[in-house]
Design a protein around this ligand. Structure first.
Ligand code: SAH
Length: 194
């Protein structure tokens, strides 16, 4: 394992992630929105998360910037990074399949929105966010740079922190008791723990 290979693995995961998401992104453009929680704050969160998980590490992968934040490259860490990379891609695929047309990049309730509680949603109510956290961990293990390695955890952490409560309130307003009962029997992102 070398730095170049670790960077290539990260890049391959970005491409795989995009292939998984693209068809959902396309369909989401035409699916009618019944209620939207997409405000200025949501836009800022999306940009912060995109910067942390995408732009900052991409700049590092292609230019090595910021070199001052380089850390020693440890092959064992990079090898270990392959595990959360694959786990997150698999979870992305699975959550997108389960959510189907109910998915949105932001906070939105679709026309005829259906509450999904099956498959991986049986154990956690935000498994797609679990996938993003796994991705952020993989980024930290694969990229030997403190800024590029930690930006994903910080960027996505901010989005999660400010969004998850609002998302749950939106689901409660939409599905009432059904969502309250669902909340009572599920964890947020880590099965049985959080
Ligand atoms: N937080 C979820 C979904 C992320 S996509 C996860 O991590 O897997 C965000 C959109 O999903 C929001 O617009 C919300 O309306 C919708 N959503 C969240 N939980 C849902 C559920 N259990 N069933 C259907 N839609 C859901």
């Amino acid at each position: 394992m070398t730095v170049a290979i670790a960077k290539a693995i990260w890049l391959a995961c970005v491409i795989a992630w995009w292939i998984i998401r693209y068809p959902h992104e396309r369909r989401a453009r035409t699916a009618a929105v019944a209620r939207s929680g997409r405000d200025a704050g949501e836009w800022i969160l999306l940009v912060v998360s995109l910067a942390g998980l995408g732009i900052v590490p991409m700049i590092f992968v292609f230019t090595g910037f910021p070199r001052i934040a380089d850390r020693a490259f440890m092959p064992a860490l990079a090898w270990a990074g392959i595990v959360p990379s694959l786990a997150s891609l698999w979870l992305f695929y699975w959550t997108h399949r389960e959510l189907g047309r109910n998915w949105s990049v932001s906070l939105e309730v679709r026309d005829q929105h259906r509450l999904v509680t099956s498959g991986v949603y049986r154990y956690v109510r935000h498994p797609m966010y679990s996938a993003f956290f796994l991705w952020a961990v993989a980024q930290g293990l694969l990229l030997p740079n403190w800024v590029a390695g930690l930006s994903g955890l910080i960027g996505f952490g901010i989005l999660f922190w400010f969004r998850v409560g609002r998302e749950e309130r939106l689901m409660l307003e939409t599905f009432g008791e059904e969502y309250r009962a669902y909340m009572a029997r599920t964890a947020r992102v880590v099965p049985w723990i959080y």
